[in-house]
Write a protein that binds this ligand. Structure first.
Ligand code: LLP
Length: 413
């Protein structure tokens, strides 16, 4: 059922529509590959977070989709921003997100980025190492500022997701070991241009079972009380993002309310403000990638549907062997074929689906690749000198281009 991905996605007179806008008409008008996002869907998701966590600060993880019009929807939905680069800070400020709602994580923040963020007076730096504490203190001193920091701790919880997107385990490059985090806290407290105000953790992404969150929250709360006992004034508990979404037809995903049910009892009694950093669960199923069938190729033992979207447009299948559901934009009686759906790039890893049963499609038809709103365009590249796709936002029956298709000159500039 497509509505389980996104209730605004439906066939109307056998044509796939998003918020009532015909995807075939969009593809014909604007060309393919084309990213299409649903504004109502994104608003609904932000509302779901707000209702599940009325007291918390929701910081939309800009990395999932950095289009300014998407960040603006997050802002209108009351969210702040979770950023990981100067670019994401720039985009967030540009759409008017208040600096007092911006948190900044990342293992490799540069001097320039730190300076920019200090001067912007963001809410909190989620610091990931001793050296970063030193550098941050040094720059803050030079700028005559006092900055708020949290230490990003690694609770060593297995989020049961793809290893490339597990971040809270001991062996990962992120954060500091929660068991020894007191060292970083004691060190940070001595630095005179820093004010230690928070604990941060983020255990991974595409998490479909809320139990790892409970475990992580318990460990963080334990640390919180230890720090209080030691005289720290912890004002923020930032539990990161990571809630998973439905990619496969048989999957179902936890809702923000399920996450609330899991973690609110654990943080009950904690005086600090809760922060969450959802990305994928806000925009993932709000977007699809439209692509056109270029050729069909039958090698006897193997069948290929060759489309005009490649790994440069959507790298998740190539990078994580991620599953993205694919449906034809036109609904009609068809047989099924077993096929690879592949792009035009000069790599064997350039596929959108492998050995997949899909309705038999014809040359020239449009296909919708679902669940492409998060880490889709955001991870797109120019590989093979391919211009990045156009992005469109549909909103209650109308649409607007929110990023034009690039041309060759733009890439070569
Ligand atoms: N906070 C921090 C510190 C993060 O590192 C991330 C994601 C998030 C929040 C947002 O997580 P979300 O709610 O979106 O799961 N490219 C991969 C996902 C990488 C996620 C990186 N960090 C993918 O396509 O699956």
């Amino acid at each position: 059922m497509l509505s389980e991905y996104n209730k605004y996605l439906e066939y109307i007179s056998d044509e796939l529509c998003l918020e009532g806008v015909s995807l075939k008409e969009l593809a014909e008008e604007l060309g393919t590959p084309l990213y299409v996002y649903s504004a109502s869907y994104i608003r609904d998701r932000l509302r779901a977070y707000r209702q599940a966590f009325p007291e918390a600060l929701i910081c939309y993880a800009v990395k999932a989709n950095f289009n300014p019009h998407i960040i603006a929807l997050a802002k209108e939905g009351g969210a702040g921003a979770d950023i990981v680069s100067g670019g994401e800070l720039y985009a967030s400020l540009r759409v008017g997100i208040e600096p007092s709602k911006i948190v900044y994580a990342g293992v490799g923040k540069t001097l320039k980025e730190l300076e920019y963020a200090i001067n912007s007076d963001i809410l909190m730096f989620n610091v990931e190492s001793f050296m970063e504490l030193d550098v941050l203190d040094y720059i803050a001193g030079k700028l005559g500022k006092k900055v708020r920091v949290a230490i990003r701790v690694n609770p060593d919880v297995d989020p049961k997701t793809h290893p490339y997107i597990s971040t809270g385990m001991k062996k990962s490059k992120f954060g500091v070991d929660i068991k020894t985090a007191r060292k970083e806290y004691d060190y940070a407290r001595k630095l005179k241009n820093l004010r230690v105000v928070g604990i941060h953790c983020h255990i991974g992404s595409q998490i479909l079972d809320v139990s790892p969150y409970i475990e992580a929250a318990q460990k963080v709360v334990e640390l919180y009380y230890e720090l209080l006992k030691d005289g720290f004034e912890i004002e923020y508990l930032d539990l990161g993002g990571g809630l998973g979404i439905k990619y496969k037809p048989e999957q179902s995903n936890p809702e923000p309310s399920d996450l609330a049910e899991a973690i609110l009892p654990v943080v009950k009694g904690v005086k600090a403000k809760l922060i969450l950093e959802p990305g994928r669960s806000v925009v993932g199923n709000g977007g699809i990638l439209l692509t056109q069938v270029q050729f069909l190729k039958d090698k006897g033992h193997k069948h290929f549907v060759i489309v005009d979207a490649g790994m440069n447009d959507l790298v998740r299948p190539a990078m994580y062997e991620a599953y993205h559901h694919i449906v034809p934009v036109e609904r009609k009686e068809r047989s099924y074929i077993k096929t690879d759906v592949v792009g035009p790039i000069c790599e064997t890893g350039d596929f959108l689906a492998l050995d997949r049963e899909i309705p038999a499609v014809e040359k020239g038809e449009y296909l919708a690749v679902l669940s492409a709103g998060a880490y889709g365009f955001a991870m797109a590249s120019h590989y093979n000198l391919r211009p990045r796709a156009c992005e469109v936002l549909v909103d209650k029956g109308s649409y607007r281009v929110i990023r034009e298709r690039e041309d060759y000159e733009y890439i070569l500039r």
